[in-house]
Ligand binder design. Structure first.
Ligand SMILES: Cc1cc2nc3c(=O)[nH]c(=O)nc-3n(C[C@H](O)[C@H](O)[C@H](O)COP(=O)(O)O)c2cc1C
Length: 152
């Protein structure tokens, strides 16, 4: 579960730590799928494509928009690492909060705004009789979107 930060001409943007589990997985295999699901509407949208980091300035801008506690936490830079002792969080966050007090413009080097460039998008609408409507759009080599219906 991630916040969709923006949808630009470049693609779908989300932010995370490049040293988290997902950050390392994306570095090894820069391909991902996003799923959006609206329960009351029975509607799902899936977006699949290649993922890469945006310009460091964009990541820095995103980082600086985060509230101070979130910046301190990200500056710790341990997302997804094993936490041996919960008391370690307090000490680590306190240290980074103090750094931020002295240097409010600090940016965590691992904080990354990623952009997913869609190659395939599927719109799914549920049907009570299981005749779900599935519309898939695929981008071909000529940058043309092919629309197909899929079996439910
Ligand atoms: C509502 C919600 C929003 C979240 N937004 C983010 C986010 O924008 N970025 C992020 O790194 N993690 C976010 N998380 C935490 C991630 O779901 C995830 O636990 C974390 O990124 C570590 O994942 P990983 O170990 O697979 O790298 C959010 C969680 C929830 C429940």
């Amino acid at each position: 579960m991630l916040i969709l930060k923006d949808l630009t001409d470049e693609g779908w943007q989300f932010a995370s730590s490049s040293t988290s589990r997902k950050g390392e997985e994306l570095a090894a295999s820069p391909y991902a799928a996003l799923t959006f699901y609206w329960i009351p509407l029975g509607r799902q949208v899936r977006v699949m494509g290649t993922v890469g980091p945006t310009d460091p300035e964009d990541s820095a801008r995103d980082f600086l928009l985060r509230p101070a506690p979130a910046r301190a936490e990200a500056l710790v830079g341990r997302q997804s690492a094993v936490l041996e002792d919960p008391a370690d969080i307090d000490a680590a966050v306190k240290e980074q909060t103090e750094r931020l007090t002295v240097e409010p413009g600090l940016v965590a080097p691992n904080w990354t705004l990623y952009t997913l460039r869609a190659e395939e998008v599927e719109f799914w609408q549920s049907d009570p009789d299981r005749r779900h409507l599935r519309l898939r759009y695929r981008l071909d080599e000529t940058e043309h979107w092919t629309k197909e219906r899929l079996w439910p």
